[in-house]
Design a protein. Sequence first.
Length: 171
Amino acid sequence: MHRTLRFITALALAVAGLGSCALAYAEGDVHVALTAHRILVSQGKEARLPAEQAEPGDVIEYRATYTNRGTTAVRDLEATLPVPTGLEYLPRSGQPVRLLASLDGKSFAPVPLTRRVKLASGKTVVREVPAAEYRALRWSIGSLAANSARTVGARMRVSPLESVATVVSTR
């Protein structure tokens, strides 16, 4: 059985300030819990704080834990984490490191994404797509055994051009 779980709704609610610091979603036997933390660096040490509010330039770390609560393995599991408008994926922050990215949330390819660009001279070259243009990330989890869990995650920066006053609300 092929399963793709997406966290678009939950993450969109979180960004809109309608969720909480830990959101949950379930499809069949697979339960997904999303957490968001604001990452602060002080004197070379990182601190993970609740992501209740974020200002332009702040770094938010999202983690989605996929838990199979069923009695049989789930096969071909894919974990998708959207990159909402106003946030930019930070390159090399995805965990696990082997991930796919998308510019439209539909078509995915290995990171870093590239595209063909036609230069003024008429020559076509392949260039890396800026990570700020990524709109979704995906990991192929594969098989998830019964009563086991896998976590994926990535860090995103609040765009300096936009203000996200409330990233996640703690109602």
